[in-house]
Structures are given as structure tokens and as C-alpha cells.
Ligand binder design. Sequence first.
Ligand code: AP5
Length: 224
Amino acid sequence: MVETNLILLGPPGAGKGTQAERLQADFALAHISTGDMLRAQVAQGTELGREAQKYMNAGELVPDEVILGMIGQRIGEQDAREGFLLDGFPRNTSQADALAATLADSGRRLTGVLLIDVPDEVLVRRLAGRRVCVKSGHVYHVEFDPPKREDVCDQDGSRLIQRDDDREETIRRRLEVYARQTAPLIDYYEGAGLLRRFDGQRNPNEVHDHIRATVATLRLEDEL
Ligand code: AP5
């Protein structure tokens, strides 16, 4: 079978992580989230984590060399050789160029780029109300997707926390950084004929249905 290599693109709070969890189960893809990888480094107290945390808490991008080192290694790992779903990477055109070069070097290519579109005013509300399981990383929302018991994960009973960068002033900065540095990737991938757009204002099940149908078609086209 041809490998399926996807990018989930969209502003902070668009629902990339929410959809990635579902798509990973549908298509057995390696879910590679640079944000989750960085937060794991922060939690472990590594030097990389301490360095990255300064940028993350300020809502800025972590320097490319840190990210590219992590990603280059990860997409070469066995599970990702069978197909991957990138979430939060690439975030600027130099990261996109580096990804293209890494894939070309190993004779691989992207299958599609899935853009989840959501306006800024909705994003602020989503991020401010987001809660995350400390153990599994499963994502909730106090209003749109609340857990059965307040601040307790339905899946494993662990504590739910608010991310350090989900404070309102940091959220605003993250949205500015997205508009300036990441949004140009929309034209970049549209020009390459890879972009597919999804209305992220629909409920998570509807967004998932649309993306899943598109990915299934992309896979079929690849196999023909
Ligand atoms: P990262 O972790 O990648 O964060 P992000 O891109 O800002 O995205 P989020 O995780 O905040 O949002 P999401 O789209 O996954 O939304 P979610 O599904 O959780 O990056 C964090 C930081 O790390 C960056 O700021 C940067 O510093 C650094 N970094 C990471 N990658 C980097 C890179 N490549 N280069 C440089 N630096 C990098 O949903 C949000 C909320 O909305 C949840 O509560 C959810 O329940 C709810 N929700 C989801 N879908 C819906 C829906 N359809 N309707 C209603 N509510 C919904």
C-alpha cells in the first residue's frame, strides 16, 4: 500500500489535535505533534525543554533548528515510515522547505495538506476554555466538550489542566504569529496542489466526517 503522509494546518485552537486523535485511529498514521513533543521535553525538564518553554510561554515560535532536529528524526522512525500526520509542523516556509527536502531525500512525498479554517474570535474562546488530561493529553472544552466530572478525564480519571500558553494575552500573540508566519503556507501548499480546506466551525464530528472522506479519496487516488 502507498504511504499516506498528511499535514494538519490551521491556527491555534482550530481543532488540529482533536481531529488528529480521530484520524490516527481511522488510518493508522503516526501522529506527530511538535507541540506535544516540546511539552514532553518541558515536563522532563531537559535543556531543550527549558529553552523551548521561554518561546512557548511567550506565544512565539521555537527556533527552526530545534524543531527540524526533532522532526527529521521522528519521521524516519518505523511507525512513521508507514504514513504520518503532522500537527503543528511546518509553521513557516523555511520549515516547509526543509520538510520537502527531507522527504525528497528518502523518495517520499506528501499526500495532502488539510487546512482547518476558524475565525479568530472563535479561537480565543476555544483556547481559553480548553482543558487537557495531564496523562493522556486528551483534550476537552469547559463549554463545547466538557468532561463528565469537572477537571477529571473521562478516559482515565487523571487531572485536567489548563496549558500555560492558553492565557488570553498569550493566545492573542499566538494568533498574530500564526497570521504572520504560518498563514503564508496556505498559498504555498495551494500552489503545490496539495491543499484541502475544511470548515472548523462545524461540530467536531462533522469536521471529522469531512476530513475522513477527503483522506479516503486521496488514498484511493494515490493507489490508482
Ligand atoms: P501547538 O501545541 O502546536 O499549539 P497550536 O498550533 O497553537 O495548536 P493548539 O494545540 O493550541 O490547538 P489545536 O488546533 O490542536 O486545537 P485543539 O484540538 O486542542 O504549539 C504550541 C507552541 O509550541 C507554539 O506556540 C510554539 O511556541 C511551539 N511550537 C510547536 N510546533 C512548532 C513548530 N513547528 N515550530 C516552532 N514552534 C513550534 O482544540 C482547541 C479547543 O477547542 C479544545 O478545547 C477542543 O475541545 C475545542 N474544539 C476543537 N474542535 C472543536 C469544534 N469543532 N467545535 C468546538 N470546539 C472545538
